[in-house]
Design a protein around this ligand. Structure first.
Ligand SMILES: O=C(O)CCC(=O)C(=O)O
Length: 373
């Protein structure tokens, strides 16, 4: 027991707990009844009782601190008994709001990340669970990581996804070839440069992970670019709060159409969570549909969009590197924008890409003992 409880006191709606290190915590009786060990199935961790059926004014008849440190609550409503382990109570202490709100903040980065790109080697992540965990942790922390020495073979990127989760198949197939073709249905399949973007913003939900694997590089050009969209959005929030706010509340339409597909999503460029923290960014100039906003919002929107675009394009935030055959990178597609410089159409540059989802990756990371929210 890392931190024993020294004493408890019963208040009207809450139990006050004092810990040996001086911390004082409050637990609502309602919360204790809802999360008591006897309310939870020991095999699968799922709740056995209906939370909404708990009487709002539930309270204990007695609370006893046992010699072994366990806390016993006997409930007044029916005399049932719940036994709480102090370590569990401590781990679930919600009385420290600052601990809750600052936990798991992403590590923001800029162009200086280029000096030490988070990376690992494919044979090592396959062989060693700890190296795999560290690589997945980097994806969680930076929203981006490289993997080198992936077999230079078609569809090898699917084996990378299988290390942590599941492919998200789309109208482009389980994976797609990124190379210059005649009459492309997407500008990615040309030699044109692609400004940093998130992929498939026209889907709802958009894929949350993207992988790109290099099978053949270009003689010249075709360098990869990544930008931390959270870092850029945080800078915009700091330097132009009115632009930032407008981009969080103005829904825009993204659309993709070809002969067999018509995908559309309506969403703001920057999404916030319930605490106002930046949760997701969608940015893809190629697939932004004509704005359909009230006339007085057109110019303000373009001003805010330009301010965001200028930060994304600035050398301060862009990490530029070249992929060689066997190199792969993964991005959190709701956070990190990716792009490329132009390359000659006469070359044979060939990448393969696919999508996957963050929930599978984070699940594997947690199972491997990594830290994730
Ligand atoms: O060709 C590249 O390096 C990037 C391609 C790309 O942005 C994409 O397929 O989403």
């Amino acid at each position: 027991m890392a931190n024993p409880i020294t004493q408890v006191a019963l208040h009207e709606r809450t139990l006050l707990v004092d810990w040996v290190d001086g911390r004082r915590s409050h637990y609502h009786y309602l919360w204790l009844r809802d999360n008591a060990p006897d309310a939870i199935d020991t095999h699968n961790g799922q709740r056995l009782i209906e939370s909404v059926a708990i009487p709002p004014a539930i309270c204990p008849q007695t609370v006893t601190l046992h010699a072994d440190g366990q806390l016993e609550v006997v409930w007044a409503v029916n005399g049932s008994r719940s036994l709480f382990a102090p370590d569990w109570l401590r781990a679930h202490d919600y009385s420290q709001p600052e601990t809750i709100s600052t936990a798991n903040q992403p590590l923001l980065w800029d162009a200086t990340l280029g000096a030490h790109l988070p990376s690992a080697d494919y044979p090592a992540v396959v062989d060693d669970r700890q190296i795999l965990r560290d690589w997945l942790q980097a994806v969680h922390d930076y929203g981006f990581a490289l993997l080198r020495q992936v077999p230079v073979a078609s569809a090898a990127l699917l084996k990378v996804v299988a290390l942590f989760g599941y492919v998200r198949e789309t109208n482009y197939g389980p994976y797609f070839d990124v190379k210059s073709v005649v009459s492309p249905n997407n500008l990615a399949y040309t030699g044109l440069g692609l400004s940093p973007h998130t992929d498939n913003p026209y889907r709802d939900p958009a894929p949350t992970l993207q992988l790109l694997h290099c099978l053949q590089d270009a003689a010249a050009g075709g360098d990869s670019i990544v930008v931390d969209g959270f870092a850029v959005a945080a800078r915009l929030r700091q330097q132009a709060p009115e632009h930032f706010a407008l981009l969080t509340r103005t829904p825009v339409t993204f659309r993709f159409r070809d002969q067999t597909t018509d995908l559309m999503a309506v969403t703001p460029l920057i999404a916030l969570d319930s605490q106002g923290l930046i949760k997701a960014i969608r940015y893809n100039n190629r697939s932004l549909a004509p704005l359909a906003l009230p006339p007085e919002q057109i110019e303000p929107f373009y001003a805010a969009y330009r301010a965001l675009g200028e930060l994304i394009a600035s050398a301060e935030f862009q990490v530029v590197f070249k992929l060689h055959p066997g190199d792969l990178f993964i991005v959190d597609n709701e956070r990190v924008l990716h792009g490329r410089t132009a390359f000659s159409n006469t070359g044979n540059r060939h990448l393969q890409g696919c999508y996957a989802d963050r929930d599978g990756l984070l699940s594997t990371l947690r199972v491997l003992g990594g830290c994730s929210d």
